[in-house]
Design a protein around this ligand. Structure first.
Ligand SMILES: N[C@@H](CCC(=O)N[C@@H](CS)C(=O)NCC(=O)O)C(=O)O
Length: 207
């Protein structure tokens, strides 16, 4: 049985969504953010030294880092679904998107989140942050042109992994110039498995 260590209102939501897409048997262990600091509770450090979510356990396997979790779940429990066949060019593109989401695209969005707390003191950083957010959103926007999902082959784990980027960008009001991303996020949120994950995961401010 897969165990998902799920922090409310977090990146863990997309793993819960993927588990619903897979139709896998799983159990949720729930953790609540601190109402004041918004940080994870200390118990998560007993699950993984970083104290972050998501983390999954599956028998002997324990994985933190959502891109690695998506990769593992699709390989181990996907039954050939949700990723192009290994060895194909499309599979390499799939892996690139899996890594890109947290490795590149989230960075300027996270910096933006942090510096927003500085108020006027953040002004010298604003142009650079904005241009890097635009650079990444422009890349995703162009990749979505002409198809419904990030790979032209159809819906994959890469959409699940990259969804958080679209959701956070939308929450920051950044999608007015990126209609393909806005439509894609809406399309993903319309999937029955996404809706089921919201039922199970609790309030998700980015839905
Ligand atoms: N790159 C990691 C990020 C994990 C992460 O930062 N998770 C956040 C939730 S979105 C968290 O656990 N925050 C609680 C804290 O920092 O105390 C991943 O994608 O899994």
């Amino acid at each position: 049985m897969i165990i998902l260590h799920h922090l409310n209102n977090s990146r863990s939501q997309r793993i819960l969504w993927l588990l619903e897409e897979l139709g896998a048997a799983y159990e949720i262990k729930r953790y609540q953010r601190d109402a004041v600091t918004n940080l994870a509770p200390p118990e998560l450090k007993q699950v993984h030294p970083l104290g972050k979510s998501p983390v999954i356990e599956d028998g002997e396997v324990r994985i933190a880092e959502s891109g690695a979790i998506v990769d593992y779940l699709v390989r181990r429990h996907g039954g050939g679904r949700f990723a192009p066949a290994p060895g194909t060019t499309a599979h390499e593109a799939y892996l690139e998107w899996l890594h890109y989401a947290e490795g590149s695209a989230m960075l300027p969005l996270m910096i933006n989140l942090y510096v927003m707390r500085l108020g006027d003191a953040a002004a010298p950083l604003k142009d650079r942050i904005d241009s890097e957010i635009d650079n990444n959103l422009g890349y995703i926007e162009q990749a979505l042109a002409g198809h419904d999902y990030i790979l032209r082959e159809g819906f994959t784990g890469a959409d699940v992994q990259l969804s958080f980027v679209g959701e956070v960008a939308r929450a920051f009001g950044r999608l007015a110039r990126f209609p393909n991303i806005a439509a894609w996020v809406a399309r993903l949120h319309d999937r029955p498995a996404f809706k089921a994950s919201i039922e199970k995961g609790g309030v998700y401010n980015l839905a």
